[in-house]
Design a protein around this ligand. Structure first.
Ligand SMILES: *Cc1c(COP(=O)(O)O)cnc(C)c1O
Length: 454
């Protein structure tokens, strides 16, 4: 990464117990007026954030290994994004692209056509959230194919709206009590190498075998000619940073093409330099028919997109897609500045560098403690799956304990996973080496401490 100008001191600074007095006062006000269904991971309230740090209202400066769930890839107040937003907001904040269109939307669509895999004719439509992008990708696939069924996978996460709850695998907390869910959603088995059985001869199940298993279920239980789309995260996010075995995604994409099924890659979490490529699909040369994007796209401003084959997206009648705020001009300006920063700072290279630093340290630690089941992921989307007993049994208690210890020492780490036993690392890619190293020291100490108690 070329040099990056930070506004705030890039330091870890713990000046109170967590939460400090001001955060405690805000928590009391919050309880009185904010719905209990919205939970927060951290007990502290934010005053400022920049580069690799989040500063709370009591003056604590925390090292950020979460990036607001893979959103602030270019930093939470990247100067280029701030300038682009300020400039746009001083001109117009909104006209509604469906009423009075503007250039920023077109420019974002041009960038998405350039950056997404494949050199076929592409179109894009912009939205506000990842869930909205996923819903619209499904609408497009159904409209273009005239078919109803959508195939999703175990451990999938696609959002919290009615359709995307149906697409999401995990009941608690995402779906519990919120049904009935949308019909014509079918779940196929994922390739999850760490939790996969073995072949009779003791060899691991390959990606191709896992794909054949999923395809057989789709063909028998749904019928290929009823399937509008296969929807999959190339690296699963909330489900546990599950990286399917090599060969799994290409085999599913090939089967989709052969059967007139739209292959949709949900790259809401894995996209925009997070994994060391613009999109995680690129790693195995997969060219999705449609890609859904959000999170890292606009430096923290709410923006989402569906990009893909022109023939599919243009199959929808005029007026069939859209929304009041979709492709808001301020969010578009932020996206253009963020994408420019990703190129200028070469954040794909930075993500790969972060992968090397983090995995070499964590792999050494995994040899030392037995609560680490697996280190996995790609680029700056990395995870530690925590276990106990026979080395496969999920250990959510240790996972929570490690995250709590790290936070007490001033490092933000997030957890995830169907079994709640995965620590996920999603630092802003502009984090400095010094800060990343310090955060890893603390994470390592936290894991050692929890390992000794287990
Ligand atoms: C976060 C996420 C979504 C939902 O995005 P929202 O902006 O929260 O609606 C969908 N798919 C994946 C893979 C995600 O990680």
């Amino acid at each position: 990464m070329t040099t990056f100008e930070y506004r705030l001191p890039q330091e870890r600074r713990v000046v109170t117990d967590f939460p400090g007095p001001r955060s405690t006062a805000l928590a009391e006000r919050r309880t009185a007026v904010v719905g209990a269904g919205v939970a927060s991971t951290l007990p502290v309230y934010v005053a400022d954030a920049d580069g690799g740090v989040v500063v709370d209202v009591d003056g604590n400066s925390l090292i950020d290994l979460g990036a607001g769930i893979a959103v602030t890839t270019v930093g939470a107040s990247n100067p280029a994004v701030v300038a682009a937003v300020q400039d746009q907001v001083a001109h117009f904040t909104h006209t509604c692209f469906m009423i009075a269109p503007y250039e920023g939307y077109i420019e974002v669509a041009e960038k998405l056509a350039e950056l997404t895999p494949g050199d076929h004719a592409k179109r894009s439509v912009l939205f506000n959230s990842g869930a909205e992008a996923v819903e619209n990708a499904v609408k497009i696939a159904r409209h273009a194919t005239g078919r109803d069924a959508v195939v999703v996978f175990d451990h999938a996460y696609h959002g919290r709206t009615n359709l995307t709850m149906a697409l999401t695998a995990k009941s608690m907390p995402y779906k519990h009590g919120f049904g009935p869910f949308a019909p014509e959603v079918y779940r196929a088995p994922m390739s999850y190498p760490f939790r996969e059985g073995l072949n009779a001869d003791g060899s691991p199940i390959t990606g191709e075998q896992a794909a054949a298993r999923a395809i057989s279920i789709i063909e028998k239980q749904v019928g290929a000619s009823n399937v509008a789309a296969i929807l999959i995260e190339p690296i699963q996010g909330e489900g546990g940073f599950i990286v399917p075995a090599e060969g799994f995604l290409p085999a599913l994409a090939e089967w989709s093409t052969a059967n007139g099924v739209v292959f949709i890659a949900d790259e809401v979490q894995s996209g925009f330099t997070r994994t060391g490529d613009w999109f995680a699909s690129e790693h195995e040369g997969v060219v999705p028919d449609l890609i859904t994007m959000a999170k890292g796209i606009a430096g923290g401003m709410p923006l989402a997109a569906v990009t893909g084959r022109a023939d599919l997206i243009d199959a929808v009648h005029p007026g069939g897609l859209g929304g009041t705020y979709g492709g808001n001009p301020v969010a578009c300006a932020a996206a253009l500045a963020s994408i420019d920063q990703m190129k200028t700072l070469d954040l794909n290279a930075r993500a790969r560098e972060i992968e090397r630093t983090v995995t070499s340290r964590l792999n050494a630690l995994a040899g030392e403690v037995d609560i680490i089941g697996e280190i996995r992921g790609r680029g700056a989307m990395l995870a530690i799956e925590m276990v106990k007993g026979d080395g496969r049994e999920p250990n959510p208690d240790a996972t929570k304990a490690v995250a709590a210890l790290a936070l007490a020492a001033g490092v933000i780490v997030l957890t995830c996973g169907t079994y709640g036993n995965v620590i996920r690392l999603l630092p802003p890619l502009v984090i400095s080496d010094e800060l990343l190293d310090e955060a890893l020291d603390i994470l390592q100490e936290s894991i050692r401490t929890v390992a000794m108690e287990n």
